[in-house]
Design a protein around this ligand. Structure first.
Ligand SMILES: Cc1cc2nc3c(=O)[nH]c(=O)nc-3n(C[C@H](O)[C@H](O)[C@H](O)COP(=O)(O)OP(=O)(O)OC[C@H]3O[C@@H](n4cnc5c(N)ncnc54)[C@H](O)[C@@H]3O)c2cc1C
Ligand code: FES
Length: 265
């Protein structure tokens, strides 16, 4: 784990109109920010995150590592929340500015060498850590299917990363792919996968929790909860699991789906 001053290389605005979090809070717009920080980039693995100091007025904020480029640049893909102090500050950075970050943090996804068919299930901003995982697994010659659900067809332009990934889309308005929720298609793909990785909003997890299909196989899920320290000190991110209380920042953010006590979250 390294604390460093990362230089902003570039920042690109990516619109995801109509995206709304399950708690009803709007996302104003989405961006990618590229940070030059070789010490963290070298160590990073898919599913891990960084804590970013977003100005003097707030505690650091957690963001998944979206991609690593050239072994030295970290890409974060994030949404500016309505009235979000930290995300607004980060969105206002410019190339050449420096940003204090701590990472890589958390356990990351566990990928078995013997797994060949990898299924990724993403909802909205949940695509952020899954792209890094897709890229890594494709480079190892694995077969990757991404099931991706959004409200409408305007979404993150991921084509360059995903040229070799089979993408299954679902949109709530039917503008592309399946008309409805991506979770409705899961039974069709679940059985064929050697391993399953899920990242999306809490509402998606709660829906899945009540489906039989999720109990038929183990799946790894990346959790988003409020964090203060991000490194296991404050216990502010504790959740209840089948193996007792766990800190999402230190013991997670990736857990076995069926180990989590979803009713307590
Ligand atoms: C492990 C992890 C990885 C994440 N990865 C991403 C990512 O790749 N892209 C992305 O857009 N967002 C990601 N998030 C959510 C992101 O941290 C919040 O959107 C951000 O902290 C909001 O900050 P703010 O100051 O703008 O909002 P404010 O509302 O001003 O923040 C107030 C408090 O609420 C917390 N908070 C608000 N919304 C969330 C949320 N949805 N999840 C967790 N904490 C929240 C903040 O951390 C802060 O403590 C991740 C969260 C976690 C825990
Ligand atoms: S955020 Fe402090 S222990 Fe997890």
């Amino acid at each position: 784990m390294v604390q460093t001053e990362a230089r902003v290389v570039c920042i690109n605005e990516i619109w995801l109109p109509g995206l709304e979090r399950s708690n009803g809070r709007s996302l104003e717009f989405s961006l990618t920010i590229s940070l030059d920080c070789p010490d963290i980039a070298r160590e990073a693995k898919p599913g891990q995150f960084v804590m970013v100091n977003c100005g003097e007025k707030t505690l650091p904020r957690p963001f998944s590592i979206n991609r690593v480029i050239n072994g030295n640049e970290l890409i974060l893909f994030f949404s500016v929340l309505e009235n979000g102090t930290g995300t607004k500050w980060l969105a206002e950075r410019e190339p050449g500015d420096t940003v204090k970050i701590l990472g890589p943090l958390g356990n990351g996804f566990t990928i078995e060498e013997s797994s060949h068919n990898i299924l990724l299930v993403g909802g909205g901003m949940g695509i952020a850590p899954l792209l890094f995982l897709a890229e890594e697994e494709i480079s190892k010659g694995k077969s990757v299917t991404l099931m991706y659900g959004t409200p409408n067809k305007d979404r993150h332009p991921v084509e360059s990363v995903l040229r070799k990934v089979k993408v299954v889309n679902a949109t709530e308005d039917g503008s592309i792919g399946h008309h409805g929720m991506i979770t409705e298609l899961i039974p069709e793909y679940f059985d064929k996968a050697d391993q399953v990785f899920i990242c999306g909003p809490l509402a998606m997890y709660k829906y899945l929790h009540h489906q039989d299909v999720i109990k038929s196989k183990s799946a790894q899920v990346s959790l988003e909860v409020r964090m203060a320290c991000g490194r296991g000190i404050c216990y502010g991110c504790t959740i209840q699991t089948a193996n007792g209380k766990k800190r999402v920042c230190e013991d997670g953010p990736v857990f076995d789906f069926n180990d989590i006590d979803w009713d307590s979250i």
